[in-house]
Design a protein around this ligand. Structure first.
Ligand code: ACO
Length: 326
């Protein structure tokens, strides 16, 4: 059975926060941020904008491209680490906004790899015949869990959403494979300590000790990210009997320019076959790959028969890859 991507969509907040703006908030510089990360600006949600806001708009655009009506959707998988609420799932809120009355909806937690995990779950639903049309969404409002006084982290992240419609059909672009991996040994190198059951938001100490913010060991994360993304990419290539030369476009998680460059170098993929937009949006966690995929699609970067390799890494640690034939 063919599993196809029939529509892509994305949605970003209108508000732009530049490196120059950040210079006013913390002791940093455009030069430091650009040279260490490649990021020049990021989008920040305004008051009244939530993870569901961007998710629903990205989903609408993906459905419009696919020519699919909301009531045809069987399943909504929404990946996020910044849901509207701990419960109910943001996927259920998006279902309500869209009027996708026939869908089952749930959230998925795999940090920056969440979209690839979502593709992988959706693929299994479609191949088993349990669903025919699925929305996979990655959406984040990371600005709400970033400590805007911590220069180590606040320069890295941004808000937004991306989505795809996946169908068991003959039209569209074939999802050839997905692979997911987890390594829980390093869960505490990148996490949000507060708001769950260990440090509940209801305990005043959680707020006082700044536990509600993203905590990260940047150097360690960097090394694991490069090694793991290479492993996930190689798995996709081997499974499909392809070499790096067969890849037309590498679409990596947009965490950091240096992580992307190092991964591409290890794989032997030249920079002209690498898609990046992190200079404009920063790291949008699980939204980064579907936003990039939508932009690559709209910019005509993929032609019929091209192979696109999606590869992600994130907190957990989680990592994974997906191979698409355009
Ligand atoms: N502006 C100016 N100086 C800064 C800033 C900043 N925004 N942030 C840190 N510094 C300082 C540090 O305080 C340190 O100063 P010191 O030497 O006086 O102590 C100095 O810069 C160097 O700090 P390092 O942490 O060694 O800098 P590094 O070159 O490792 O870059 C970075 C830091 C960009 C976070 C890097 O480690 C990285 O990219 N790690 C990956 C983390 C990541 O991308 N996480 C996202 C989530 S995971 C994912 O999505 C894959």
């Amino acid at each position: 059975m063919n599993v196809r991507i029939t529509g892509t969509g994305s949605s970003l907040p209108g508000k732009i926060l530049t490196n120059a703006d950040l210079e006013q908030l913390v002791d940093t510089s455009d030069d430091w941020i650009t040279s260490r990360t490649g990021i020049k600006e990021r989008r920040i949600a305004a008051e009244g904008e939530y993870t569901s806001t961007f998710a629903a708009e990205a989903a609408r655009r993906a459905m419009a491209m696919a020519g699919v009506q909301p009531d045809e959707i069987d399943l909504i998988i929404l990946s996020t680490v910044t849901p509207d609420f701990p419960f109910p799932s943001t996927a259920c809120i998006v279902q309500d906004i869209l009027g996708a009355t026939n869908a089952t909806a749930f959230d998925l937690s795999a940090a920056c790899s969440g979209f690839i995990y979502g593709l992988s779950v959706a693929e299994k639903y479609l191949r088993s015949g349990a669903a025919r049309k699925i929305l996979v969404i990655g959406s984040e409002t990371l600005s709400r869990i970033v400590d805007w006084q911590d220069r180590n982290t606040c320069v890295l992240f941004g808000d937004g959403a991306g989505a795809v419609v996946l169908e068991a059909s003959d039209g569209g672009h074939s999802l050839l494979s997905t692979h997911t991996f987890s390594n829980g040994s390093f869960w505490n190198l990148l996490y949000q300590p507060g708001s769950g059951s260990r440090n509940p938001a209801s305990d005043p100490r959680t707020f006082d000790k700044k536990l509600l913010y993203i905590t990260m060991e940047g150097n360690d994360v960097f090394k694991h990210a490069v090694r793991s993304m290479e492993e996930a990419a190689v798995k996709a290539l081997e499974t499909n009997s392809l070499s790096p030369d067969d890849i037309s476009l590498l679409i990596p998680h947009q965490a950091n320019r240096r992580i992307i460059d190092a991964t591409a170098k290890r794989l032997g993929v030249s920079s002209d076959r690498m898609f990046t937009n992190l200079e404009l949006y920063g790291n949008t966690s699980s939204a980064s790959i579907p936003i990039a995929l939508d932009e690559a699609n709209l910019q005509g970067r993929l032609k019929a028969g091209d192979k696109a390799l999606l590869v992600a890494f994130g907190g957990g640690f989680t990592y994974g890859s997906a191979l698409i034939e355009w």
